[in-house]
Design a protein. Structure first.
Length: 209
């Protein structure tokens, strides 16, 4: 998948999913799409972003971690969608909204990742939520972030749309909301932690009704 690609993940995913025994149809589709997403991400070129699933010495590790994360959350009904990975978080860990410190106890921590996982735990939503970003690769450098371009946002849509199937997307922050619409929660950074927690509690409760 290139930055110019607008195609959804392979059509064969659905046919392979319906043949997978032992899971309800919606779950079977999610499992196969998840494996396709990791494979496609490992080849993707999304604008000028750094693809840590393809490049660098941690690429294979990031792919394995993402595959395991998607599998563990295959039945999560809510898709919580941020803007893009951060240089201290997902770029290193390979898992959206997650820092290396949270996974291994070593390496950099990230404020946003810390807040997101704390709130998910407090609201008992750890298994109810799948975390993702509009742009799944990192816009910026090894020591900085930048806002993704419109072209990069568009190139990330096929991955987002694939994971949104059978789930309720919730945007985190204004850029994500502009990209996907629907329910919105305040971004937890820059003093937004309390509002993020309150918004997510309200939105998740409304989805259970």
């Amino acid at each position: 998948m290139s930055s110019d690609s607008r195609a959804a993940p392979r059509k064969a995913a659905s046919s392979r999913a319906t043949a997978a025994a032992g899971w309800p149809p919606s779950v079977r589709v999610r499992i196969v799409i998840a494996s396709d997403i990791v494979e496609d991400l490992s080849r993707a070129a999304i604008g000028a972003t750094f693809n840590f699933y393809r490049d660098g010495e941690r690429a294979a590790l990031c792919c394995r971690r993402l595959a395991a994360y998607l599998e563990a959350h295959r039945e999560a009904p809510i898709l919580l969608v941020g803007e893009a990975p951060g240089y201290r978080g997902t770029r290193i860990s390979g898992i959206p909204f997650t820092s290396e410190r949270q996974l291994t106890g070593a390496g950099p921590a990230e404020v946003t990742a810390t807040i997101v996982h704390r709130v998910l735990t407090q609201l008992c939503l750890e298994q109810e939520v799948l975390l993702w970003n509009v742009v799944p690769t990192h816009p910026g450098t090894a020591s900085s972030n930048r806002q993704p371009t419109r072209t990069e946002v568009d190139a990330g849509r096929p991955f987002l749309h694939a994971l949104a199937r059978g789930r309720r997307p919730v945007a985190v922050g204004r850029l994500a909301h502009a990209a996907i619409g629907g329910p919105y929660v305040r971004h937890p950074a820059h003093g937004g932690a309390i509002r993020f927690a309150r918004d997510l509690e309200t939105v998740s409760a409304s989805m259970r009704r």
